[in-house]
Design a protein. Structure first.
Length: 668
């Protein structure tokens, strides 16, 4: 308005002129310049046409020309400016006075009635012109109000629609079309269900409730989520009944406010915080990749993959919602740095690769078959080392998706968090690996760590020794680092490689207390070895501890021989003792005999103790209890000799003392 009050704008005031013109158009502001030639011609045209048309009649009467002149004034008032209509009224009155009022073609009036006729005509013309002008102004005002309402509707940030009592759409703004994908013409006259089943299920029942209850509904949440297409929208819906003069509901006004951005941002912020907490406690690269993939799927509603740098390329460590394509993005898949793929390009150039459509994918990567993604983003994981990135995060969607700057910023933030987590894990692994190596070096046993070698079918065919502690002395630990076991010791291809492969494949450890091996080394040196071995799975390989038990085996063989000899001696002693001790005691009338043999040390049940009972020739019974000094076979043998001496002497001498004295001399 200030610009309008200043007068004509300067040549540099293009913006001000445009602003004033916009307000003139929307608010109906019309300036009134000086008379124009067009207005003068239009204002005089109607009466002059009537005058020319009726000039052939000398006395047509004043009423038919008056009607035609009045009609001309009405037409002029309806289609021309206000000043043209007033000019037409004046010219029509003058024309009627001069041409058709007696005396004709004269300014004189023959009678008072003629003057009254002219005055009445002028009053009628003015009244009709004023009425038509009022109607035109009312029409313009209504048009202006409609323009203003349309401008307000279209400029409103909300999607607005007006429905009648039958729930048919009567008015919508442009944002409503952006919300559901239909044009303004397609909305008009249709119910939400007729537009689409989804929209009918989403809010048509709410329109029915507001119409039937007559009460407004404010900020009702609406959600539309189709994960397969990557579609997620959220609105708050406000409905107000439109009432007539009798307070009856004749329609419903609806306002949809899109709240997708704040809801998604709040959820992504919460998920990002959870991701940061999880990454801070992750213990290895696999855990970092898996929790990152879970986050990508939950936060962005698409599939995700994490590929990390390995020697010579990238390896897909984890995937979420994988879509099979020409580039296999399943876990364990390898991608070379020199391959022409979005993931490899992002790692090699250290810049994000964004593909917005299948056509763009085919244009950028013609040799790459479709992966099922309509839109995809490959974001590199940047670290401090030169060359290729430490890895790549890839997100893909099966449906159209707008890649906004805020989304790219969030992906960049996530990639930074993941890169820092990987750096922390690698640093921790290096420290732990050094401590682990020192601990292994200090062990008394031989320790070997080996990784598998696989063929094209992923079957383990050999192992490469990656570590052996410094004190290794066994044949197993003595393999040269980096060499194949089967090359170093060919017989191990069957004897050891298969055992190690079973440990890797099944996860079940292998243990052998005595493992006997023989063969020749790669240099042709024959060897025979004995060792105790324990093998367990260690990552994708094995860790084995071995101990040379050759000396122990030899000692055990000596012990086995000694034990066998001792057992044989014990057997002989038992036999001799059993022969020395009577199995049946003599039967004597009037006497009862009983005997018990209980060794003092149960660990040494065999010794020189014995008893004997036997009948003599004269009918008496000889009883002998003796203890030969010592234990074992020598004592038992001596006992047998003494037993025989006593039996022989007892038959020759009747007195026990004589028997003892004689036996003492014989034994001595």
């Amino acid at each position: 308005i200030r610009l309008a009050d200043r007068g004509d704008p300067s040549p540099d005031d293009d913006g001000g002129s445009a602003t004033v013109g916009m307000f003139d158009h929307v608010l109906g502001v019309r300036t009134q310049p000086r008379w124009t030639l067009r207005e003068l011609i239009v204002g005089a045209f109607a009466p002059l046409v009537v005058l020319f048309a009726l000039s052939w009649s000398d006395a047509p009467g004043p009423f038919r020309p008056a009607g035609l002149l009045l009609l001309g004034c009405v037409i002029t008032a309806a289609f021309a400016t206000t000043r043209s209509a007033l000019l037409c009224a004046v010219v029509s009155t003058v024309t009627l006075w001069w041409r058709f009022t007696p005396p004709m073609r004269s300014w004189r009036i023959a009678a008072v009635g003629d003057a009254v006729d002219v005055a009445v005509f002028f009053g009628a013309v003015v009244g009709v012109v004023a009425l038509v002008i009022r109607l035109a102004e009312s029409r313009d005002r209504e048009h202006t109000e409609r323009q203003l309402a349309d401008a307000l509707l279209d400029q409103s940030p909300a999607a607005i629609a007006v429905f009648d009592y039958d729930l048919r759409c009567r008015r919508v703004n442009a944002h409503m079309g952006a919300m559901d994908g239909y044009t303004t013409a397609e909305h008009l006259g249709r119910t939400p269900s007729e537009l689409g089943v989804v929209w009918g299920q989403l809010y048509e029942h709410l329109l029915v409730r507001v119409r039937d209850e007559g009460r407004p509904l404010v900020d009702h949440p609406l959600h539309l989520h189709v994960p397969r297409l990557g579609l997620e929208r959220h609105w708050t819906l406000s409905l107000r009944p439109v009432l007539d003069h009798d307070a009856a509901v004749i329609g419903i006004g609806a306002s949809f406010v899109d709240v997708t951005a704040p809801i998604v941002a709040a959820r992504q912020a919460e998920q990002s915080l959870h991701l940061a907490e999880t990454l801070a406690t992750a213990v290895d690269r696999l855990e970092v990749a898996e929790c990152t993939c879970d986050y990508l799927g939950a936060a962005f509603g698409g599939r995700g993959a994490v590929a990390l740098r390995e020697s010579g390329g990238l390896v897909v460590v984890a995937g979420h919602g994988h879509v099979q394509g020409s580039v296999d993005l399943r876990s364990g898949s390898a991608i070379g740095f020199d391959s022409h793929t979005p993931v490899a390009d992002a790692a090699r150039t250290r810049r994000a690769v964004v593909l917005m459509s299948p056509a763009e994918q085919m244009a950028s990567y013609p040799e790459l078959r479709m992966t099922g993604d309509i839109v995809s983003v490959a974001m590199p994981l940047l670290d401090a080392t030169p060359g290729a990135a430490a890895g790549v995060l890839e997100v893909g969607w099966a449906g159209p998706r707008l890649i906004s700057s805020s989304m790219m910023t969030l992906l960049g933030t996530v990639s930074s968090l993941v890169a820092m987590a990987l750096a922390r894990v690698d640093a921790t692994d290096d420290a732990q690996r050094n401590r682990f190596r020192h601990a292994l070096e200090a062990m008394l046993f031989d320790v070997v760590i080996a990784s598998p070698v696989r063929d094209e079918s992923r079957r383990i065919v050999d192992f490469v020794v990656e570590f052996a502690n410094a004190g290794s002395g066994s044949r197993l630990a003595g393999v040269t680092l980096g060499e194949l076991m089967s090359d170093e010791y060919p017989h191990w291809r069957v004897q050891t490689v298969e055992r190690f492969a079973r440990v890797v494949d099944t996860g079940e450890p292998f243990q052998a207390d005595r493992d006997y091996g023989w063969g020749t080394t790669r240099g042709g040196t024959p060897y025979v070895s004995n060792w105790a071995i324990q093998v367990a799975r260690f990552g994708d390989g094995v860790i084995a501890t071995t101990r040379d038990v050759a000396d122990l085996v030899a000692a055990e063989q000596v012990a086995i021989v000694a034990t066998a000899q001792l057992e044989a001696e014990r057997t002989a002693v038992r036999l001799m003792q059993a022969a020395a001790i009577p199995k049946v005691l003599p039967a004597v009338a009037g006497a009862e005999f009983a005997a018990a043999y209980v060794p003092a040390d149960r660990r040494q049940p065999i010794g020189g103790d014995w008893y004997d009972a036997f009948a003599l020739a004269d009918g008496r019974v000889a009883l002998v209890i003796a203890d030969v000094s010592g234990h074992g076979a020598s004592a038992a043998l001596f006992m047998m000799q003494v037993r025989n001496v006593f039996r022989a002497l007892a038959d020759e001498h009747a007195d026990p003392g004589q028997v003892m004295a004689r036996a003492d001399r014989v034994i001595s």
